[in-house]
Design a protein. Structure first.
Length: 257
């Protein structure tokens, strides 16, 4: 690395590509040894936090300015995994938040290129300035690190948008053999056996958990921090990221393996 580049502004990275191509792994390899004031979080979880902080500061002249200040106090390096805008409220909030949070070093992974974010979304024209800001924000250049792994260094003036063009889904090389996805009508017995092993001697019973903003979700069977759902209960109902994150958080608090 040229010596002069060590004194250039620190930049971040927007890394995108297909599923299972190693985007999150690269981000984590950078995040762990970094000694900046930092935060690594899933994008949807981050936006839930932002909306929660906005409600907390309701009545303030510009609550987003206060929220941006709180985020900045917590971290100067923000790593967002699975950057995917699907909600108009998130789109408009991001556009305005970005104006206040100018000192941030942003590192993000996504399945979409920046220009394809929130594609076809409601009032997308109001989101376009954020995309342009993202592309000119101070963000990091990708350098080799320890046997050609990834680390972020100091680079040029514009956002580095890097596509991982691999056609290989590396998850399938190992995870598939462990049976993470069970498909077929005759598989219910196996799933129930797995569930019983997880809960041990605890007796499962129907539960209701608060997931987010006062919303509740009914759990058909739950015990020992584990929940058992038929597919339709989770995937064929009007549920969103907030519900899934809330459910996971509640179950984790109760000792989910």
């Amino acid at each position: 690395m040229p010596q002069s580049s060590l004194y250039s502004p620190v930049k971040g990275l927007y890394l995108y590509g297909g599923v299972g191509t190693g985007k999150t792994m690269l981000m984590d390899l950078f995040f762990e040894p970094s000694n900046w004031r930092k935060k690594r979080i899933h994008f949807h979880d981050f936006m839930l936090n932002v909306h929660s902080w906005l409600r907390k500061h309701k009545g303030v002249v510009d609550p987003l300015e206060v929220v941006a200040s709180e985020i900045s106090d917590e971290s100067i390096l923000l790593c967002l995994d699975e950057f995917m805008v699907t909600d108009v409220a998130d789109a408009l909030t991001l556009n305005r938040l970005c104006r206040h949070y100018s000192a941030m070093i942003l590192v993000a992974t996504s399945n979409r290129a920046p220009d394809n974010l929130y594609e076809g979304g409601l009032q997308r024209d109001l989101f376009l300035p954020f995309i342009e800001t993202l592309k000119v924000r101070r963000v990091a250049k990708l350098f080799n690190f320890c046997l050609n792994l990834a680390v972020f260094g100091f680079g040029m003036e514009r956002c580095v948008v890097h596509e991982i063009g691999s056609l290989v889904d590396y998850r399938k090389l190992t995870s598939a053999e462990q049976g993470f996805y069970f498909i077929g009508k005759d598989i219910s017995g196996l799933l129930k056996d797995q569930f019983q092993q997880l809960i041990g001697e605890n007796k499962p019973y129907p539960q209701e958990v608060e997931v987010v903003m006062g919303r509740t979700l009914k759990v058909p069977l739950g015990a020992n921090g584990c929940a058992y759902f038929p597919f339709e209960e989770l995937c064929d109902r009007p549920l969103g990221a907030a519900d899934y994150f809330g459910l996971f958080s509640k179950q984790a608090e109760r000792g989910s393996p």
